[in-house]
Write a protein that binds this ligand. Structure first.
Ligand SMILES: C[S@@+](CC[C@H](N)C(=O)[O-])C[C@H]1O[C@@H](n2cnc3c(N)ncnc32)[C@H](O)[C@@H]1O
Length: 227
């Protein structure tokens, strides 16, 4: 994408009513539409979604295929896609608006700051979709211990975490990280998700990365655990 195209999308992002951001990470507050400060910690349901439905996060959402796809499937659940890349978020956010999906929103920030924006127990479930494997920096992987600790703080007790990845390294790293974490319980895992019938329709949602960057025959790996 050209630099001009990206800048246009950043500007457009600030005009969308379903996007909040804190790009600098300097302060805890979020800005919403037209840069207006939004204090949403502990108040996403009442202040943004205007209902008390469960709240599910998609981390590393990119263009937000899971956020939008799940919002279509489950109108009585609220979904928030989180990614640092504004031009990608713009795609999912405009699609959600075009389809009238009021139960989908987006947060542009770094995932390491996630517990600044959500109160303890505010989140029901987390999806992590094709996170970068950071081959040389294990502590940056989204299932490293510090991240699992942060997820545990914002999840309700027993909250589920789903990981979809094509990376064998990310798969084995996550299995190890979950096994080592004293509060995590491994529920299910497979190194070839599509080799058997899917046990839930959500698993059939395909992300941009999954559709565009996988070579024929690449297996999708999936892990389900709870905190
Ligand atoms: C390989 S892409 C996958 C995007 C999307 N889930 C898909 O499958 O098409 C990984 C995404 O993670 C985001 N990401 C990586 N580390 C992040 C972090 N610490 N905070 C926020 N986003 C992050 C990147 O910006 C990128 O969009």
């Amino acid at each position: 994408m050209s630099r001009r195209n990206k800048l246009e999308k950043f500007a457009a992002l600030l005009r969308l009513p379903n996007v909040y951001e804190n790009f600098s990470g300097q302060e805890a507050s979020l800005s919403g539409q037209k840069g207006i400060q939004a204090d949403l910690k502990g108040k996403w349901a009442s202040a943004h979604f205007k209902n008390e439905n469960p709240l599910v996060l998609e981390l590393a959402c990119g263009r937000g295929e899971y956020t939008v796809g799940l919002a279509r499937m489950f109108p009585d659940v609220n979904f928030i896609g989180v990614d640092v890349k504004g031009a990608r978020i713009w795609k999912g956010a405009t699609q959600a608006i075009d389809e009238g999906l009021d139960n989908a929103a987006f947060l542009r920030s770094r995932i390491e700051l996630i517990d600044r924006y959500f109160s303890p127990g505010e989140i029901d479930e987390i999806w992590i979709t094709f996170p970068d494997p950071f081959l040389k920096k294990a502590n940056r992987r989204l299932t490293a211990k510090a991240y699992l600790d942060a997820y545990q703080r914002i999840l309700k007790p027993g909250g589920l975490i789903h990981l979809k990845t094509d990376s064998p390294m990310m798969y084995s790293f996550t299995l190890q990280s979950v096994t080592n974490h004293e509060q995590a319980v491994l529920l299910s895992h497979t190194d070839d998700l599509y080799s058997r019938p899917l046990y839930s329709k959500e698993l059939a949602i395909q992300t941009f990365y999954e559709k565009k960057h996988l070579a024929p025959g690449d297996a999708i790996r999936y892990i389900l655990f709870r905190m």
